[in-house]
Design a protein around this ligand. Structure first.
Ligand SMILES: O=C(O)c1cc(=O)[nH]c(=O)n1[C@@H]1O[C@H](COP(=O)(O)O)[C@@H](O)[C@H]1O
Length: 276
């Protein structure tokens, strides 16, 4: 089954376009857990068990596991196994290299570790992403307009293509749509911190799923982002929140607090949806 189909099934099953990021940061862990990589799995398990009926996806970020070396990688792999099979897991790796190297990444992320989708950057072009794009049944979310304050430094630079001028991020989105015609596995990444740009991307590309990070800790405007991402859309948005959910409390009640934060966010996303 195609990734988008599985994502849509999870959205329908939990009535949710919320994705929870799993970015373990020992400094922010509940006070009763040892500040040690051996706590990561117990922490993630508690968060997953408390929220699995409220999300359409989880998104672990590779960096937060790599920082702990072998113990971190073990925790990542075991975390992936903990997640119920009907919920897609997006590995946030922001990968992208020459084809032979991307092939090794794709094999690791998809075949060895069993992730359902990955985030990538587009800078090397189609041949660099092809090993991800052609992996059967997997999803590939390409960075288009990122959520960070300096996103525009490169992404807003005007480019001339086909006789007209547009910012680079719209050009990238157009290119991803073309790749999607060939491979059928693409999604876009647009930060909730840029709702006008999200609306512009969505107007051009009603059929592509869009991963929307940046609500919560990065203060993206949920009420603006959700309608921007869904107006006229035939494909979903996946709204990611990480720190605002998983670190909602540092007390022994952390999992219940994460559930409460996830529930509030899921419902806020649903209220902001233009059509149900
Ligand atoms: O690819 C991503 O997920 C991503 C793209 C982007 O433009 N901005 C962004 O914040 N992210 C990731 O989404 C997560 C956001 O975390 P919070 O800011 O804690 O919700 C982090 O893992 C980021 O690396």
């Amino acid at each position: 089954m195609q990734f988008l189909e599985r994502l849509n099934q999870a959205i329908r099953a939990n009535d949710s376009m919320l994705c929870i990021g799993l970015d373990p940061d020992l400094e922010r862990f509940p006070a009763h857990l040892p500040r040690d990589p051996s706590s990561i799995l117990a922490f993630n398990r508690a968060i997953i068990e408390a929220t699995a009926d409220l999300v359409c996806a989880y998104k672990p970020n590779l960096a937060f596991y790599l920082v702990h070396g072998e113990a971190g990688l073990r925790a990542l792999v075991e975390t992936r196994r903990l997640i119920p099979p009907q919920i897609p897991v997006i590995l946030d790796a922001k990968a992208g290299d020459i084809a032979s190297t991307s092939a090794a990444y794709a094999q690791a992320f998809f075949d060895r570790w069993g992730f359902d989708a990955v985030t990538v950057h587009p800078y090397l072009g189609e041949d660099g992403l092809a090993p991800f794009l052609r992996a059967p049944g997997r999803g590939v979310f390409v960075l288009v307009k990122t959520s960070n304050p300096g996103a525009g430094e490169l992404q807003d630079v005007p480019v001339r293509a086909d006789g007209s001028e547009e910012p680079l991020y719209l050009h990238v989105a157009r290119r991803v749509a073309r790749w999607n015609e060939r491979y059928g596995s693409c999604g876009l990444v647009v930060g909730a911190t840029y709702p006008a740009e999200l609306a512009a991307v969505r107007r051009q590309h009603p059929d592509l799923p869009i991963l929307v990070p940046g609500v919560g800790a990065q203060a993206g405007d949920l009420e603006a982002a959700v309608p921007s991402g869904l107006a006229g859309a035939a494909a979903p948005i996946v709204v990611n929140a990480t720190r605002s959910v998983i670190y909602a409390s540092q007390g022994p009640d952390f999992a219940a607090a994460a559930r409460a934060a996830a529930l509030a966010l899921r419902d806020a996303i649903n209220r902001a949806r233009p059509t149900r």
